[in-house]
Design a protein around this ligand. Structure first.
Ligand code: MV4
Length: 666
């Protein structure tokens, strides 16, 4: 076994490989770009080497830099992860030429599976079922038309050099074939430089089912059952699961045999995945073979109890497969959701920024989080904006679904847009929950998946208000503890007032909705009034911005994360974003930072909080106005000096009256 391995990747897969290598007592070397200097995989590795600037083509994709890092650190093997150079023949050859083991298949297998059209010929020879159609070299339009007629419509015309859904065109009736073919050939030539096409029976509502295979250098080859990856969006997997719903033992054995036959046909060694497209009746056809460890491999690990990276390292070190086919079995059901920094409401546009708050669900036998980032890390535009993979397991699919919903509800992300809410709706959507799966599910369920900006429920507004009040009370307590006169009444946040308990309003906005939560202090608690409905409320803030609240006797657990004026409220498994609005906080802005602060509405001055002549910070309370039966704080628009108050306590002021002469700090 190797003493030292180098992981030629970043993010969650690098962290994941390091984790297994460390458990096996293997020293780990990370490589990183300048942008990743503080990344988690660098922190986890035993040693790390900077291999260039942020751009992947100048760092993670530079084979020579990786070879140099191996020589510098004595790494005997390189794990490529997925993406980057993981299926790059030249990279594998460069490593071999330098006497460094590539943790993956032989170059010949990468090459054989690299060309989609070549791989189909190989599969045909190996008896692996192909989609009914014509994959030949005769590209004469009349010949192809005759083939399409023989297959039966609808057919799919595909660019042979295409892949990932590019250059595919469905044809529903014969008379449309010629035009569609010409258009497909033109597009194939311009996109791939190769006009060669194939014609197949068009599978409507197909499922994507893939088989994990593993070969060793002693001629053993096994399959580790299937994964269903039908839930995709624009050919990107979103949710994956194992085993595939509705799979029968017979069908599983047939697909497993076909996958092993495919692997053997190319002398496969290491972890590989044979992807099939399947009809709803279960008939399946070879699509392609991926010659690397897949992103979704954890669902296979969860139902077999195996560590596929350990298998990869053992096989790369020349060991035989740890188990035979007969010793492999399935237990339970696993699901994986890919947590991304992207905005589902903006066409899944990637989102970059700092992870101000990142609180994944607690890991257990049932919950696994593979992540490459921690709170405070930056999601940059340089790389794939994956935050983590959330994997859950339970005895049945139904219970695994419940685990996933619960885990997603506890996955709190603030600082970048993210798809956690979308994933929750996807897992909860009836079609998915009932395993009515096919690759068009997301497209078909748009209505359910994109409900629009539903207004936050009352409890979200109340939770934001209660958290605000509790946070103020905490801050006041801390200020008092620091103050020379800790018992000064100004530190009190119990709302005490000379003639009656204070009332005030906390205003929040969400989208177009703006609501005021009226607050009356009641001893340890509060009376909150929202849209005319009063609720007695009390609660406590906990670690990681958690809030245990009691609203009129109903107890709820929420999380309220403050980010600037935003209040990210996580409640009942959903995330809401409210913005705190103090209608008077900006009172001074109209009059500019210089000069007085004017009354935004008629009212009565009930307190002068700052001292005349004092210098205050931006946002410091200057005076309190009572208006509309509520208290409003007039705050400093910026750092500056309170020159003079224009009114005293008890004075009535008119709308627009100048309240304070304030001089901004230079
Ligand atoms: C198909 C098909 C229907 N009928 N072939 C998409 C890209 C490549 N993986 C092959 N793909 C398809 N080939 C026939 N004869 C539908 C798809 C397809 C698809 C396949 C698997 C996973 C997701 C998909 C999304 C759209 C279309």
């Amino acid at each position: 076994m190797f003493d030292t391995i180098l992981i030629a990747n970043r993010g969650e897969i690098a962290c994941r490989v390091i984790k297994t290598a460390r458990r096996m007592g293997i020293r780990t070397v990370a490589v990183y770009s300048e942008a990743d200097a503080g990344a988690r995989h660098v922190r986890l590795a035993d040693e790390a080497v900077c291999i260039g600037p942020a751009a992947a083509r100048e760092s993670y994709l530079v084979a020579d830099r990786i070879v140099a890092a191996c020589k510098q650190t004595g790494a005997q093997a390189v794990h490529p992860g997925y993406g980057f150079l993981s299926e790059n023949e030249e990279f594998a050859e460069t490593l071999a030429a330098n006497g460094i083991v590539f943790v993956g298949p032989p170059v010949s297998a990468i090459r054989a599976m690299g060309l989609k059209s070549e791989s189909k010929k190989l599969m045909e020879k190996a008896g692996v079922p192909l989609t009914p159609g014509y994959h030949g070299d005769d590209q004469d339009p009349a010949h192809l038309r005759a083939q399409a007629d023989a297959i039966g419509y609808p057919v799919l015309i595909k660019a042979s050099a295409g892949g990932g859904g590019k250059g595919m065109r469905a044809v529903w009736k014969g008379e449309d074939f010629a035009d569609a073919l010409a258009s497909c050939q033109r597009e194939a030539l311009s996109s791939f430089g190769d006009a060669h096409v194939l014609v197949e029976k068009y599978l409507q509502r197909p499922r994507h089912i893939e088989i994990q295979v593993f070969g060793d250098t002693q001629g053993n080859c096994v399959y580790l059952f299937e994964r269903d990856c039908s839930v995709q969006r624009r050919h990107q997997k979103v949710l994956e699961e194992a085993p595939a719903p509705g799979m029968t033992p017979e069908r599983r054995a047939a697909m497993g045999k076909a996958a092993v036959d495919a692997a053997r046909a190319v002398g496969y060694v290491g972890a590989g995945t044979v992807e099939f497209i399947a009809n709803q009746d279960g008939s399946f056809y070879f699509m392609e073979m991926n010659t690397r460890l897949q992103v979704e491999h954890p669902v296979t690990e969860m139902i077999t109890g195996l560590d596929l990276v350990e298998w990869q390292l053992r096989v790369a070190a020349g060991e035989a497969l740890p188990l035979t086919q007969e010793q492999l079995s399935i237990r339970g059901h696993a699901l994986e959701a890919r947590i991304y920094a992207e905005d589902p409401d903006k066409g899944f546009l990637p989102s970059t920024g700092r992870l101000l708050h990142l609180s994944p669900p607690e890991e257990s036998l049932h919950v696994r989080v593979d992540t490459g980032v921690e709170q405070g890390d930056e999601i940059t535009p340089h790389y794939d904006p994956m935050i983590a993979k959330l994997i859950v397991w339970d005895e049945t699919r139904e219970r695994a679904l419940a685990r996933m919903l619960q885990a997603l509800a506890r996955y709190r992300v603030v600082g970048v847009s993210n798809n956690v809410g979308f994933l929750s709706r996807l897992v909860a959507c009836p079609a998915f929950a009932s395993a009515d799966l096919d690759t068009g599910l997301i497209e078909r369920e748009q209505g359910f998946l994109f409900p629009g900006d539903a207004e936050p429920p009352a409890e979200a507004w109340l939770a934001a208000a209660l958290a605000e009040l509790l946070r103020e009370r905490e801050d006041a307590g801390e200020a008092a503890a620091r103050d020379a006169d800790p018992f000064s009444p100004w530190h009190g946040r119990d709302g005490w007032r000379l003639n009656s308990a204070a009332r005030r309003a906390l205003v929040f906005r969400s989208g177009e909705a703006e609501k005021a939560v009226a607050v009356a202090y009641e001893g340890e608690g509060f009376l909150l009034e929202l849209e005319g409905r009063g609720v007695r409320a009390h609660g406590a803030l906990g670690a990681a911005s958690t809030l245990r609240a009691d609203f009129a006797g109903k107890r709820i657990n929420a999380t309220v994360v403050v980010a600037g004026e935003k209040r990210h409220v996580f409640l009942h498994g959903r995330a809401f974003v409210l913005a705190a609005v103090d209608p008077l906080y900006h009172a001074g802005e109209g009059g500019g930072a210089e000069g007085g602060l004017t009354a935004p509405m008629p009212g009565k001055v009930i307190a002068l909080v700052a001292a005349e002549g004092s210098t205050v910070e931006k946002g410091a309370p200057l005076l309190i106005l009572e208006a509309m039966k509520m208290e409003h704080t007039i705050a400093a628009p910026c750092k500056g000096t309170v020159k003079a108050f224009r009114f005293g306590v008890g004075d009535q002021v008119a709308d627009g009256a100048e309240l304070v002469e304030f001089e901004a700090a230079r």
